[in-house]
Design a protein around this ligand. Structure first.
Ligand code: FES
Length: 350
């Protein structure tokens, strides 16, 4: 309650400070006043999409590099006196002010969904990621689940107005109509742009998508083998799309929104931190990052699911295995501690 009043007071003070300037002017003033390492953004408005998902629109300050549809950016917020970062897919079309569409399932996302409001300050890193459209895309099949719609929405908002008759099938799985982010906007886009064919799948009513070669995909999109396939969603979901594409000799571009561990990548291992001379035991299916945190050590990190590369540290000896695939790497170089574990011993230059 106290915090809410303080925020209201701050908001009022900011409005007095900014009036009659707009948010961009405010950021300019702010940027000039503070020597900052990071680009800042200021929330312009927030839209509730589903009971636990909101879109946060923001104005980005000097230094922001415009995103390409499908990319994500690390966004920082101040929580309990600490700046905390997480990566979020950008849902806005290219060339527009950025927005992120966020589901509340962690401390940063819960803050953004429930507490962000016009005037909330954000810290921004530049957009990144390879999950982007080809320059001249052929016919496309998007296969997405849950929050995986966010980068794809940026692609649809960008692509369809540019090429209204472009042949795009969107197969979009969500738990229910209530959980289906952007449902109405997608239907409106399809009305406006005849090349877009959305197919909604509500798993609570219709069951999960069957990716076998006699399953749902050939029935829902008979020419799927002739299309570029983009898939975005939970790891287990996009892995099925990848397996399906491999089966017919095709390819798929994927973006994962969580981490599935393979049991083959578990067991006991040991990490030697060469700078501190300390040794860390890693057990079960823990990643190096998790084992370090459990023992009270701090290692750099961001998304914790292998996307943002904030957790890269130099490996100087030994080998690591990828907890998602079991793949072993022994060449010295940078390793992502959030998705690797010692196999069974590794030396990190930390
Ligand atoms: S923390 Fe993001 S890739 Fe490891």
């Amino acid at each position: 309650m106290k915090n809410k009043s303080a925020r209201k007071l701050l908001k009022f003070a900011v409005s007095q400070f900014t009036y009659p300037r707009d948010a961009k002017d405010f950021l300019q003033v702010f940027n000039n006043l503070t020597s900052a390492r990071y680009t800042r953004g200021i929330v312009s408005h927030v839209t509730r999409e589903t009971p636990d998902t909101s879109t946060i629109f923001f104005k980005a300050g000097d230094g922001w590099i415009p995103h390409v549809a499908g990319q994500w950016a690390r966004i920082g917020v101040s929580l309990n006196g600490k700046r905390v970062w997480r990566p979020f897919s950008i849902s806005a079309a290219e060339g527009h002010d950025p927005s992120i569409t966020v589901k509340a399932n962690g401390e940063v996302s819960t803050f953004l969904v429930h507490d962000a409001e016009p005037g909330t300050l954000l810290y921004l890193e530049e957009p990144s990621g390879q999950f982007v459209l080809e320059e001249t895309p052929a016919s496309i099949l998007f296969i997405v689940a849950g929050s995986g719609i966010t980068p794809v929405m940026s692609m649809l908002r960008t692509l369809m107005p540019r090429r209204p008759d472009h042949d795009v099938v969107l197969l979009y799985s969500s738990k229910s109509r209530e959980d289906c982010i952007f449902h109405d906007e997608i239907l409106e886009l399809a009305d406006q742009f005849p090349g877009l064919k959305p197919i909604f799948r509500f798993s609570r009513e219709d069951g999960r998508i069957d990716f076998s070669d006699t399953g749902d995909i050939p029935r829902l999109c008979p020419d799927y083998q002739d299309r570029e396939i983009y898939s975005s969603g939970p790891d287990s979901f996009v892995s099925q799309v990848q397996d399906m594409a491999i089966l017919f000799g095709g390819e798929s571009r994927v973006e994962r929104f969580d981490l599935t561990r393979r049991t083959s990548a578990s067991g006991n291992g040991e990490v030697y931190f060469s700078k501190s001379g300390e040794t860390l035991e890693v057990t079960g299916a823990d990643s190096i990052l998790e084992a370090a945190e459990n023992s009270g050590r701090q290692l750099p990190h961001g998304c914790r699911i292998g996307i943002c590369r904030s957790c890269l540290v130099p490996m100087t000896d030994g080998q690591v295995s990828d907890i998602r695939t079991g793949e072993v790497t022994h060449d010295p170089g940078l390793v992502q501690t959030c998705i690797t574990r010692p196999a069974p011993w590794v030396e990190l230059d930390v």
